[in-house]
Design a protein around this ligand. Structure first.
Ligand SMILES: *[C@@H]1O[C@H](CO)[C@@H](O)[C@H](O)[C@H]1NC(C)=O
Ligand SMILES: *[C@@H]1O[C@H](CO)[C@@H](O)[C@H](O)[C@H]1NC(C)=O
Ligand SMILES: *[C@@H]1O[C@H](CO)[C@@H](O)[C@H](O)[C@H]1NC(C)=O
Ligand SMILES: *[C@@H]1O[C@H](CO)[C@@H](O)[C@H](O)[C@H]1NC(C)=O
Length: 474
C-alpha cells in the first residue's frame, strides 16, 4: 500500500510557446520563468484529515477524494484564519478487488485554515487543528435520462446518441461496462469549477472531458484527438484492464485538468505517454501530452482544440518515468505539475505540425525517443512533499513505521489561494489532498460494509509558496 520512501515532486514547468495546431510558435520568453524560491513564511503550514471511516450523505465511505480538489470559496477572516469550501471528487470507489458500480460524484467540504508558522513539532492532535475539515454535501453525476453513471470497467462501447452528449467529434464512441449495460462509465481524475456552478471533469477511460451542471446532470463531452483515443485491433476499446495498440495506456488518462484565471482556456494533461509515444514501458513513457481547449463561449458545444504540447515527465533514479497526477495553472505558459513514484518530470512542448502527431501512426516519441521535430521544455523543482523537518512539525513522517502518521502515497490534487499578506504579495496557499483508495477497516460501498485490512485517512496538506505573477481566481 505504501511506498517505504515516497518520492514525490511538485514541479513547475512552462510549455514555453503556445502552438497553433500547425506550425511553430514563438520562442519562449525567459522573463516568464517561474521563481521557485522559498522565503519568508514559505513551507508546510497546515495539515488536516477526514478519517478513513467517515461516511457521506449516500451512506458510502468518503474516500478517494484527493483525486481532484478545487476551491469553491476562500476568505480571510481577518484574525489569521481563512475559511471556505473545497469541492472534492473521488475516482471510482473502492476497487481493490475489481471495479464497482460507483456513481460519479463530488463533495463539498468546509474548512478553517489556521496556518502554523512555528518551528516546534506539533502533536498529531494539534497538527489536525491547523486545517479543520467538515463534510457538507454530495452531488451525484447523471447521464441523460437521469441514468446514474457507474465506475465499472469500460469493456464496452456505444455510439453517442444524437443530442447526447454533445461531442467534439462527429460520432464519438462512449465508454460503457458491456453490451448489456449501456450506462456511461467514469473513472474521474480532474476537476475545474465554472462560474455558473457547472464543473469540467476529466476521466481515465475515454480519456474524455465532461461537463456536469451544478445539479450533476451531464451537459457535454470532449473527445481528445485520435492519437489519444485507445484503439485495439482496429477498434476503440476503453478498458482500463489492458493497454490498447495506440492511444492512452490503461489507467493513464487525463489526471490533470486546469483552467486559466479568466475561465476561457481548459488544459488537460495525460498521465504519461500514449502507447505509440513509448507509454507501454515505464522507462519510455516520459513524453506525455498537454491539450488546450478554448472554452470562452459557453454555448459552443464543441470547444476547439487550440494548443497541444509534448511534456517530458521527470525520471526517477532508475530512469523510470514519474507519472503526472495533477496539473495546475499558474499563469499563461506556467503550470504546476505533481509527479510521483512511477513517473514524473518534464515539460515542454512540441513546436510543430500537430495534425501530423494527432494521427496515432505518427508518434512524437517512438519507443520513448523524442522526434527531432519536437522541442521539449524545462521543469523546475518546486516543493518537496516529503521534507522530514516540515512533516515532523505536523506530527507526520515518511518511511517506516507504516502507521496513521505516515504521509499518504497518492497525492493527486492541487488548488491555489492568495495568502493576502501585504508583506509578501506573491505568496499563496497551495492545498493538496491524497487519494486513499477508500482503504478502511470500517468501509461502506454501495450500502455494504467492507474491510480493506488497513485504515488510510484522507490527508490534506497546505503549503505556503511564493509564486510571482500567479493568476488566481476564486
Ligand atoms: C470511525 O472509527 C472511530 C474509531 O474506531 C470511531 O470512534 C468512529 O465512531 C467511527 N466513525 C464512523 C463514522 O463510523
Ligand atoms: C477566525 O477563525 C478563527 C479560527 O476558527 C477563530 O478563532 C476566530 O475567532 C475567527 N475570527 C473572526 C473574526 O471570525
Ligand atoms: C433517453 O430516452 C430517449 C427516449 O426514451 C431515448 O431515445 C434515448 O436513447 C435515451 N438516451 C439514453 C442515453 O439512454
Ligand atoms: C476490449 O478489450 C477487452 C480486453 O481484451 C475485451 O474483453 C473487450 O471485449 C473489448 N471490448 C470491445 C468493445 O471490443
Amino acid at each position: 500500500m505504501f511506498f517505504s520512501v515516497l518520492v514525490l515532486q511538485l514541479l513547475a514547468f512552462q510549455p514555453a510557446f503556445s502552438l497553433p495546431l500547425v506550425g511553430r510558435g514563438a520562442e519562449p520568453d525567459p522573463s516568464q520563468a517561474v521563481s521557485v524560491k522559498l522565503d519568508g513564511k514559505d513551507g508546510l503550514v497546515a495539515f488536516g484529515l477526514i478519517p478513513s471511516n467517515a461516511t457521506e450523505s449516500t451512506g458510502d465511505t468518503i474516500g478517494g477524494i484527493g483525486s481532484a480538489i478545487a476551491l469553491k470559496s476562500f476568505s480571510d477572516n481577518g484574525s489569521g484564519a481563512f475559511t471556505g469550501t473545497l469541492t472534492v471528487q473521488p475516482d471510482r470507489g473502492f476497487n481493490v478487488d475489481g471495479t464497482i458500480d460507483y456513481q460519479g460524484r463530488q463533495h463539498a467540504i468546509d474548512f478553517v485554515l489556521s496556518p502554523y508558522y512555528g518551528t516546534s513539532d506539533l502533536s498529531s492532535a494539534d497538527a489536525q487543528k491547523t486545517l479543520q475539515l467538515t463534510y457538507k454535501s454530495t452531488v451525484l453525476y447523471e447521464d441523460k435520462n437521469n441514468t446514474k453513471t457507474t465506475g465499472l470497467d469500460a469493456a464496452g462501447v456505444r455510439p453517442a446518441q444524437s443530442g447526447f452528449p454533445s461531442v467534439a467529434a462527429a460520432d464519438p464512441e462512449m465508454p460503457i461496462p458491456s453490451k448489456s449495460d449501456n450506462r456511461l462509465t467514469l473513472d474521474l481524475e480532474g476537476l475545474v469549477l465554472n462560474a455558473d456552478g457547472s464543473a469540467w471533469v476529466s476521466d481515465e477511460y475515454g480519456p474524455y472531458i465532461y461537463r456536469f451542471s451544478a445539479e450533476g446532470d451531464i451537459l457535454q463531452t470532449i473527445q481528445p484527438p485520435a492519437a489519444i483515443v485507445p484503439m485495439d485491433k482496429g477498434k476503440v476499446n476503453f478498458t482500463g484492464d489492458s493497454d490498447p495498440d495506440t492511444g492512452r495506456a490503461g489507467n493513464h488518462g487525463f489526471e490533470g485538468l486546469t483552467v486559466n484565471a479568466d475561465g476561457t482556456a481548459l488544459y488537460a494533461l495525460l498521465q504519461a505517454a500514449t502507447i505509440q509515444d513509448g507509454g507501454d514501458k515505464k522507462k519510455n513513457a516520459r513524453y506525455t501530452r498537454l491539450l488546450k481547449y478554448d472554452i470562452s463561449d459557453p454555448t459552443n458545444e464543441r470547444p476547439p482544440l487550440t494548443g497541444e504540447w509534448v511534456v517530458p515527465l521527470p525520471l526517477d533514479s532508475d530512469k523510470k518515468t514519474l507519472a503526472a497526477s495533477e496539473l495546475h495553472f499558474v499563469s499563461e505558459n506556467t503550470f504546476l505539475v505533481l509527479s510521483r513514484d512511477g513517473n514524473g518530470h518534464g515539460g515542454d512542448d512540441a513546436k510543430v505540425e500537430y495534425n501530423k502527431f494527432d494521427d496515432p501512426s505518427n508518434p512524437v516519441a517512438k519507443k520513448g525517443d523524442l522526434d527531432k521535430d519536437v522541442d521539449p521544455a524545462t521543469y523546475v523543482g518546486f516543493v518537496d512533499y516529503v521534507d522530514k523537518t516540515q512533516l515532523a512539525r505536523f506530527g507526520l513522517h515518511n518511511g517506516k513505521p507504516d502507521d496513521q502518521t505516515l504521509i499518504n502515497a497518492k497525492w493527486e490534487s492541487l488548488a491555489l489561494a492568495p495568502a493576502s499578506d501585504p508583506d509578501f504579495p506573491d505568496d499563496y496557499f497551495l492545498f493538496t489532498a491524497s487519494d486513499n483508495d477508500f482503504i478502511s477497516t470500517q468501509g461502506i460501498a454501495l450500502g455494504k460494509p467492507f474491510n480493506a485490512g488497513e485504515d488510510v485517512d484522507n490527508q490534506f496538506l497546505v503549503f505556503r509558496v511564493t509564486l510571482p505573477g500567479a493568476q488566481v481566481n476564486i
